[in-house]
Ligand binder design. Sequence first.
Ligand SMILES: [Zn+2]
Length: 140
Amino acid sequence: MLDRLAVLAKWVCFTRARARQVVTDSGGLGWFGRCEHCRLERFLQWSHIEPQGRCPHLRYDPDNYRALCWHCHFHWWHKGGAETEAWIRGLIGDARRDRLGLMARTRGHRMDPEAVRLMLLDELHRMGVVPLFDTEGRPL
Ligand SMILES: [Zn+2]
């Protein structure tokens, strides 16, 4: 279930960024489009604002990820600081950024996988996307 939630969350992330799914040189699937930071067309990564390791309960929260290229993800976003914080606040607004920060400090939070799945499907429906299967052909 959790892997399928990641598939859905990535669809939300990359659809919002108007990226497209492509077959890579190695035969896998990747997402290609404009990096939400540098605006260059590149392969994109599912880049979390509050880290997945420290905040697994925010892994699938649509406010908690953006589509960044590898360079911006690792050489800009992960360095953190005032510039990255101002950027994300400009993108999602102070109220949503503050909510994420509060949720990140909430310990012992358990997520309901079915509720997360329905929330992600609702996000996709609002963007006009109706994914029926994950990347391995399993029903979502
Ligand atoms: Zn970039």
